[in-house]
Design a protein around this ligand. Structure first.
Ligand SMILES: NC(=O)C1=CN([C@@H]2O[C@H](COP(=O)(O)OP(=O)(O)OC[C@H]3O[C@@H](n4cnc5c(N)ncnc54)[C@H](OP(=O)(O)O)[C@@H]3O)[C@@H](O)[C@H]2O)C=CC1
Ligand SMILES: CC(=O)[C@](C)(O)C(=O)O
Ligand SMILES: [Mg+2]
Ligand SMILES: [Mg+2]
Length: 425
């Protein structure tokens, strides 16, 4: 199995362990802060994230607390991400009129109507673009599309017909289905069309998927960093999900701009550049790690430990999942981890900082194994084998039912029912 990345960079992040390393880590961060100040970029600390809370908590380093708050200037193409400059685009770079003009001669053919097809198709349609959907006639997606207002024969067609009518072919089938349908789709990708993905999977793992696009078409991706349902809900809130964009083939010479434009058209908020390889590897690692698999494992391990030592389900669930998702994690999302630590007791803060190293060390080994398994194609192989089974949906329903039936999640159902918003009386 060929490995995409033959050499892996030494880990860019080394959590300081020894007192010496901590000292040098602090002096390094002071130097970085000084360099950061000198390059003119400034960073604002949200007004609601009052300095007094942070200063009292001693969270801000002394040098940062002394200088005026720094603001990261917006609306520029280059922004500073923790000291590394990256190119970003924002949705207000592509107002609706500009999108409509740019895509005036295009028909966006959304192939597949799962979570992403639903979100991206409806957002592009609401942006006024000419969008059609192509799925298996009479299948679950066909019925779902009709429920969302797509009309058979008008903007809803069997897959092949939609591809023939489309100028930008958005392959939003499941990754396994992209492989299975490729022999049908490939001949329909005629010169001048654009092939679009939301994941680098099929193109990068071509040894397994056999997905090799024709050489005379643009091949681009826009990968929303979140569920297709959230792609839709954030768009309806007037916001947008963050997405990465990449170009695999640029025959027209306009593929880079097209990728950014379509990322905005499908409802993205801010957009950053990647490559097909980096998108698929980071995405497969993320969903198996912190985003889904890793957090599931940590929830289960903590809940089980508490229960084995006699804590009740209500106590074990609240201390593991409910407080995390309802109170503490949202603070990380709004203001960062240091803010959340500062908002908790000094007792919690001391223990959390002390135990970070143990969890980091235990998980770093797992993440290295995971990264290797993704980069060498093993995870892609596993995914294709399982998701290509004819009864893959039924198999997942059985596995998800087993998760749902675990005590932790049955307890969770009761806890959720007790939330104020669930008790309107
Ligand atoms: N889910 C997400 O939030 C994210 C997904 N992505 C990427 O977006 C793409 C689409 O993912 P997602 O929206 O989750 O789609 P799903 O994985 O849910 O795939 C469902 C779609 O694939 C179709 N399909 C499945 N098997 C076949 C087949 N054998 N022949 C024809 N059609 C088939 C289904 O049609 P039918 O109903 O007829 O079976 C349905 O329209 C993938 O590349 C994914 O990696 C990227 C970011 C996030
Ligand atoms: C929602 C998302 O970004 C995932 C987890 O990568 C996916 O659904 O593939
Ligand atoms: Mg994914
Ligand atoms: Mg993802």
């Amino acid at each position: 199995m060929s490995t995409i990345f033959l050499k892996s960079q030494r880990s860019l992040f080394h959590y300081p362990r020894t007192q010496f390393e901590i000292m040098s880590f602090r002096s390094a961060s002071k130097l970085a802060m000084k360099a950061f100040r000198q390059n003119g970029a400034r960073r604002v600390i949200p007004a609601t994230r009052s300095m007094s809370v942070l200063a009292r908590a001693g969270v801000m380093s002394r040098s940062a607390a002394r200088v005026a708050p720094m603001v990261q200037t917006r609306g520029v193409r280059t922004m500073d991400f923790g000291g590394v400059k990256e190119t970003v685009w924002e949705r207000n770079d592509w107002p609706r009129e500009k999108l409509l003009d740019y895509f005036k001669n295009d028909t966006l053919a959304v192939i597949g109507y799962g979570s992403q097809g639903h979100g991206q198709g409806l957002n592009a349609r609401d942006n006024g673009l000419n969008v059609i959907v192509g799925v298996r006639e009479g299948g679950a997606s066909w019925k779902a599309a009709i429920e969302d207002g797509w009309v058979p024969g008008k903007n809803l067609f069997p897959m092949e017909e939609a591809i023939k009518k489309g100028t930008i072919i958005m392959d939003l089938l499941s990754d396994a289905a992209q492989t299975e349908t490729w022999p049908t789709i490939a001949p329909l990708l005629t010169k001048g069309k654009t092939l679009y993905f939301s994941h680098g999977f099929s193109v990068v793992f071509k040894d397994q998927t056999k997905v090799v696009p024709p050489k005379d078409i643009d091949v681009i991706l826009a990968a929303p960093k979140g569920s297709g349902r959230t792609v839709r809900s954030l768009f309806k809130e007037g916001r947008g999900i963050n997405s990465s964009v990449a170009v695999f083939q640029n025959v027209s010479g306009k593929a880079d701009e097209k990728a950014v434009a379509i990322a905005v058209a499908i409802g993205s908020g801010f957009i950053y550049k990647t490559t097909f390889e980096r998108e698929v590897v980071s995405d497969l690692v993320g969903e198996r790690g912190c985003l889904m698999g890793g957090i599931n494992g940590l929830f289960l391990a903590q809940y089980q430990t508490l229960r084995e030592h006699g804590h009740t389900p209500a106590e074990a669930f609240n201390e593991t999942v409910e407080e995390a998702t309802q109170s503490l994690y949202p603070l990380i999302g709004k203001y960062g981890l240091d803010y959340m630590f500062a908002a908790c007791s000094t007792t919690a803060r001391r223990g959390a900082i002390d135990w970070t190293q143990r969890f980091y060390d235990a998980n770093k080994k797992v993440l290295e194994d995971l990264y290797e398994n993704v980069a060498n194609g093993n995870e892609a192989k596993r995914s294709l084998e399982y998701n290509s089974k004819p009864n893959y949906r039924e198999l997942y329903e059985k596995e998800l039912a087993e998760i749902r039936d675990l005590e932790i999640w049955r307890a969770g159902e009761t806890v959720r029912s007790l939330r104020p918003e669930e008790n309107k009386h």
